[in-house]
Ligand binder design. Structure first.
Ligand code: C2O
Ligand code: CU
Length: 588
């Protein structure tokens, strides 16, 4: 640290001229630098669905602004932490940050969080082929319950034709504040967050409790024209809710995208969306004739009906599909649910979705190593913790972010590949799962029955790269059996897929369902793999994967990254200092 050339007063003058260090450009982001996007994050009271709650907001709203970026270009997104005491990071859910690893927004894994009253410039470069539906969210504590927004990657010519599109961002609304929830989940006595009080659509909704006033709040609306085709981009930005949803009298939905990858057209009548998942579907507007018929029968608008699944109680919320000249009542729920949604469909879409174009699926003979991540739950002195292969991981575990430690030559935080391989995949002193570039991993996430004989569903999400989803099932993973099921299928690449529950109860600790992925290890860096339910993350349901050996990971060269290596370091700006940043992409 003593050699840090960027901590002296004269540094800014030197850095006015971009200097090349280890092939990477260092830039001083002073007033002459204009970020492509500015996001300001602050916590304040906001009323949504007629409920007042102290919430973390992006640019004053929840969801924050929809960002639309073009693939194949570099963007700088400046994120201000305008909060007084809380840390912040921003994660670009579904995008690989392989080339700009400090920009992944995973606290204590890839970067120091943005300290209060500081800002950080994230460098994003969506690759050609990334066009699709993503979202951004804070990765600290419970903030993502409200601090998130749509992130759409555009291409010059979409693979499917449509006349228009709508983004449908789903989020939960809790009565307790983030702070109360975090404290309850992590201290003695354990206190559950409570259930969500609503599933909001683009931040909108009306109270689901009957007889609660909906004065001043309304359901989200989506305007469609007769006979026109719309791309509906669904984003599962919920904290907890796993939902089933469908449209009244529009059951001809065609899935064309899952988690940022186009699929062959796949017809469905409803969707099932877990936290972290995205789908695009095509919906065709009714004909004028059909609309007139419906109006003659007293139907002049159509509901999007959303129901939560796999919780003690099911909650139902709505949004509204409108046609020009039709009704537009957004303040009252239908007297009775217009459609009947199925119970959870186990293994929904598994083995069925096909990639639109060949995706280089690794065959069984290419698999070099299988890692089983077994999830168990323990209760110790009333604190409830989730473990993976015997260990929990939260952002409180490592004393510093792994990527920082690696650059800082902190050997104690670099995983031992040999230890990991000898012990089922994890190096327990660093609590990481290392892999070498070029490996083809098969990752099996194995659920077990929780304390008290209960079971939950878990949407598992991977940072850093998309995996090939090879399905799920009850009990334990059987390689031969699954190979049989995979015959004739073409697994798609995803970043979030579900661990289902096949029963509501069982014997404590018994195996209870699995999900399996294959992954070509190509992106060096430190990547989280975790359940996307925010409560479960806070309770330890996260793992850290380190891809590449030391040289692969540290390809930036130590001098250029000094500003990233300390909390509030020179890569982080504040009111009296502009940040000094590495430009990984040099196309500006
Ligand atoms: Cu959207 Cu690490 O998650
Ligand atoms: Cu979970």
């Amino acid at each position: 640290m003593t050699q840090n050339p960027f901590s002296t007063v004269i540094t800014p003058l030197i850095l006015l001229i971009p200097s090349i260090v280890s092939g990477y450009q260092l830039h001083y982001h002073d007033e002459s630098f204009t970020p492509d996007v500015v996001l300001r994050v602050a916590a304040t009271n906001i009323s949504r669905a007629c409920l007042d709650r102290y919430s973390v907001l992006v640019n004053g709203t929840s969801p924050g602004p929809e960002l639309r970026l073009r693939e194949g270009r570099t963007y700088w997104i400046r994120v201000y932490n305008d909060m007084d005491v809380q840390n912040l990071t921003m994660h670009w859910h579904g995008l690989s940050m392989a080339a700009s690893p400090f920009s992944d927004g995973s606290p204590q894994a890839s970067q120091w969080p943005i300290a209060p009253q500081h800002f950080f410039d994230y460098e994003l470069h969506p690759d050609i082929g990334d066009a699709g539906t993503y979202f951004y969210h804070s990765h600290i504590g419970f903030q993502a319950v409200s601090a998130s927004g749509a992130l759409i990657i555009e291409e010059p010519e979409p693979a499917y034709e449509y006349d228009g599109e709508h983004t449908i961002h789903l989020s939960d609304l809790f009565e307790k504040t983030d702070d109360e929830i975090e404290k309850g989940l992590t201290s003695t006595p354990f206190v559950w967050s409570g259930e969500t009080s609503n599933v909001l659509v683009n931040g909108q909704g009306i109270p689901v409790e009957p007889d609660t006033s909906s004065d001043g709040c309304s359901m989200a609306t989506f305007l469609v024209e007769p006979e026109k085709v719309y791309r509906l981009r669904f984003i599962g930005a919920t904290a907890l809710s796993f939902v089933s949803l469908g449209f009244q009298s529009h059951n001809n939905l065609t899935i064309i995208e899952a988690d940022g990858h186009y699929t062959k057209p796949f017809e469905v009548e409803y969707l099932q969306i877990g936290s972290g998942q995205r789908f695009s579907v095509l919906l065709r507007g009714k004909s004028q004739e059909e609309l007139e018929q419906d109006r003659a029968n007293g139907i002049d608008q159509y509901f999007l009906q959303i129901e939560t699944r796999d919780r003690p109680t099911s909650l139902r919320s709505y949004a509204v599909l409108l046609y020009p000249g039709g009704g537009n009542d957004t303040s009252a729920m239908p007297a009775s649910p217009p459609i009947t949604l199925p119970n959870t469909t186990l293994g929904w879409l598994d083995y069925q979705l096909r990639p639109l174009t060949p995706n280089n699926f690794p065959t069984l003979s290419e698999v070099t190593r299988r890692v089983t991540v077994t999830i168990t739950q323990i209760i110790d002195n009333t604190v409830v913790t989730w473990l993976q292969n015997g260990f929990p991981w939260t952002e409180k575990f490592p004393p510093m972010p792994y990527l920082v430690a690696l650059y800082d030559d902190n050997i104690s935080m670099f995983p031992s590949y040999d230890v990991a391989v000898a012990y089922g995949g994890m190096d327990d002193s660093t609590r990481t799962f290392p892999a070498k570039l070029g490996e083809v991993l098969e990752i099996v996430i194995q659920n077990t029955v929780e304390v008290g004989g209960i079971l939950n569903v878990h949407p598992f999400h991977a940072h850093g790269a998309h995996f090939y989803d090879i399905g799920s099932g009850n009990g334990t993973y059987d390689l031969q059996e699954n190979e049989e099921r995979l015959k004739g299928t073409e697994p798609v690449r995803r970043d979030t897929t579900m661990l289902y529950r096949y029963a509501r109860s069982g014997i404590d600790g018994a195996p209870a369902g699995w999900r399996a992925w294959r992954l070509r290890v190509t992106n060096a860096g430190v990547w989280l793999v975790h359940c996307h339910i925010l409560q479960h993350m806070l309770m330890g349901m996260q793992t850290v994967w380190v891809f590449g050996d030391r040289d692969d990971v540290l390809r930036l060269g130590t001098p250029s990254v000094q500003g990233y290596l300390s909390y509030g370091g020179a890569a982080y700006g504040n009111s009296s200092r502009w940040p000094t940043c590495v430009h990984y992409w040099d196309d500006d």
